[in-house]
Structure formats: structure tokens, C-alpha cells
Design a protein around this ligand. Sequence first.
Ligand SMILES: NC(=O)c1ccc[n+]([C@@H]2O[C@H](COP(=O)([O-])OP(=O)(O)OC[C@H]3O[C@@H](n4cnc5c(N)ncnc54)[C@H](OP(=O)(O)O)[C@@H]3O)[C@@H](O)[C@H]2O)c1
Length: 328
Amino acid sequence: MKPKNCLIFGGSGQIGRHLIRKLTRNNIKVTVVTRSIHQKSYIIKTQGNAGYIDIVESNIYDEKKIRKLFSNADICVNLVGILFEQKKGNTFYNIHTLFPSILAKLAREYKLKNFIHLSALGINEAVDSEYAKSKLEGEKNIINNFPLATILRPSVVYSVDDNFTTNFMTLLNRLPFFPLYYSGRTKFTPIHCSDLSDFIYYVISNNINSKIVECVGPEVITLKNILERLLVLIDKKKFLIPMPLPFAFMSAKIFQLMPNPLLTEDQLRLLKYDNIVSKKYKSNSEIGMPSKRFFNEEVKKYSYMWREGGQFSTEKYLSKNDSDKNNN
Ligand SMILES: NC(=O)c1ccc[n+]([C@@H]2O[C@H](COP(=O)([O-])OP(=O)(O)OC[C@H]3O[C@@H](n4cnc5c(N)ncnc54)[C@H](OP(=O)(O)O)[C@@H]3O)[C@@H](O)[C@H]2O)c1
């Protein structure tokens, strides 16, 4: 059978890397668009066998170049997303609303079999978050422009390549205590990146169209419990201290002056809302592909790097001799 061609935007990120591995192993050829071939091609091209990956450097708004790619594609997957706004047009509106709506128009014009777009869970509820509003507006435009589109709304996605568990483990190593926003009560349904990419492959291979699907893992876990589990996994004891909201917003105001902020005011507003299935839409389980991977078991596979002696630990490994000497 002739392999399908899948055009991927944002393929160098966490989800993209897992997805490229899944698709190419299953006889799907991928064309990955990146803004910087010099910085990203080594990450992209090592994810699949030669002959299955094409890498194209392009500005995501270069319509002439992108049209050419659509003319050879069967499916398009959009994984481009940002967590905070930056200069040079990198706004929530441009990235989450305008860009996906252009892709959806092209998907219709070039008669693609599907356009799979990664949105986010909980965006109907988070009415005061600019991130959520831009994702929701993007979804509406996509459905208008290409009604066959499949929109996936994942909860937080984790793996060794994430910016979530790995950042938390680094901070838990370095900080003397850890601040809890909203007392750590916000609920999440973390989904492992391999479960999510298995689900995207399932959508492609079963021709699942015209749906919004909430993609969640098998457990509902509060933020506080996620941090407690990570502390056990890296074998550290730290105080988790509820932070009063005015302080939290003040610190976010300062953080967001940095080029790569740890926390922004918009993220803090988003954190107020539980990130769990709304039951208004079908979930991955209801579509026939429940998540199989559990948080502790998966994070255990890479958390050793943050334990004593690990490459990201602040504590050096001491041999028995060294520690005996220190104790005398
Ligand atoms: N990770 C999660 O927990 C999570 C949860 C819910 C929803 N999502 C959504 O899922 C999608 C993929 O997530 P991810 O974690 O894989 O994302 P990611 O690792 O942050 O990266 C996505 C890719 O998007 C491209 N990109 C980023 N900023 C861009 C910009 N300003 N202009 C053009 N391209 C840009 C980058 O590709 P190049 O540098 O190669 O151009 C980047 O590798 C996003 O839409 C995200 O909102 C993720």
C-alpha cells in the first residue's frame, strides 16, 4: 500500500518527536516544517528511518511555500503552540487563532483527508485566560474552514522530553521550599506523550473526522499530589507552602519580564481551573483508545536523573569511603 504523507507543523517539540516515531514506524511518511533547520533538524531527523522524513525550513506564514507542501499531503497535523506571548508577532492570536485557521482553509482547498489540530483541555471553562480564549477561537475558525477537522484537547502531556515534570524536578531539587498556587488543589489528568501519539495515530488510521476529543490519562491528580509524587520519585524532602494569590501574581509579573518566564499572570489564571474531562465531548477512552500509562511508573523511568548522583541533581554522588570521611 502507498504510504500516506503527513505534513506536520511544530514537529520538533515534545509531542512532535513522539508522533514522528509512531507514524514513520507505521509506514506513514512525514514532512516536518520547522523555523530553523540548523537548530532543529538533528532532533527531527533522528526520530525516524531515512526516506520517511522530509524537513522543510519555513516561516509558518509563508503561504507560497506552505501551499506547495499541502499539494503533496494527505493529512496535516498542527502542533504549533506557545505558553506565553513574545515579541515579533508571536502572540496567542497569531499562533493559536490565525495560523490554524489558515491551515484549515488550505486543508479544504487541497482536499486533505484530515486536519488534526492540538488544542488544550479546559479552554471553555478558563474564560479569563488569553491562552484559552485564543485556543477556543482557533477551534471555531478551524471547524468553519474545514468541518472534517479532528481537534484534540489534551490535559498536561508528560515524558522525558517535557517542560513539566522535568522542570518541576529541577526546581524541587534547587529550591528550599516549593510554592503552591491555589493551595495545589487544581486537578489534572496527565497523559503520557506516547499515549497521546498512539491516539493521534489511531485517529489517522481509523479516519476519525469531525470531532473534538478530550485526551486524558488514566488518573486525576491534584497539583500538590503531583509535586508530592515527584518528591518521592527523586527522593527529596521539601516543604510545599501555599502561596497567597497577591504574592503569586506579583512574582508572575516579575517572572514574565524574563525571556523564558517560569510563570506568567495568564498561566496563573489558567491554573485556577481543573484540567479534567468536561463530559461535553468524547474522551480518548470513549473513542476507543484509553491511555495505558500511569504517572509514577513512567516518571520513574527518568526521575533517576534528578536523584542523588544523577546528572540534574544538586547533590553529588558520594562513595561509601567519601561519606565515611565526611562523617568523621
Ligand atoms: N505539552 C503539553 O502539556 C500540552 C498540553 C495541552 C496542549 N498542548 C498543545 O499541543 C501542541 C504541541 O505541544 P508541544 O508540547 O509538543 O509543544 P512544544 O514542545 O512547545 O513545541 C511545539 C513546536 O511549535 C513550534 N513553535 C513554537 N513557537 C512557535 C512560533 N512562535 N512560531 C512558529 N512555530 C513555533 C516549534 O517548532 P520549530 O521551532 O521547529 O519551528 C516547537 O517545536 C501545542 O499546540 C500545545 O499548545 C500541549
